[in-house]
Design a protein around this ligand. Sequence first.
Ligand code: FES
Length: 179
Amino acid sequence: MTVQTNEEADQIDEKLTEIFVQCEKDRSQLIPILQKVQETFGYLPKQAILAVSSHLEMTDAQIFGVASFYNHFRFTPLGKNPIQMCMGTACHMVGGGLVLEGLERALDIEVGGITEDKEFSLDRVACVGCCGLAPVMVIGEKIYPKMTSTKVDEVLVNLKIEIKEKTESEGGEQAAKKG
Ligand code: FES
């Protein structure tokens, strides 16, 4: 569970106020407001759902119901390395679903979730525009073409090694600066 400090809660409130100022106070604005919230925070924080519910005079269950209808919205923050599995038609037809299942197993999270160490989050997305490379996985900005469920472990192991090396070299640089 994400533990939020008062300072973070105040920052969220401040940004929500900016979003509400830009949008009419009308229920027809629910989706555009939720989209702006997600663009701003990368997900829909509980605090934001409650604020939107009071802004539009709807219950939080109504807001949650609408938001969970769309795959696009997520309720947990993005990981440091957000993983997106394309589930557009071309990717779906050549085994995208199996790759997605492989990712869920390897990361031990479900779609829309985040790993305990906050390194990875997992989402399914619509066509990312390179159908010739299907099935396609995207991690951060990098495209992984022609994925299979067996390639998933290899990609994740390599990525974890890269992350570890990067963390160690950053730690070394900081120690050198202090020393
Ligand atoms: S359907 Fe996956 S890249 Fe187009």
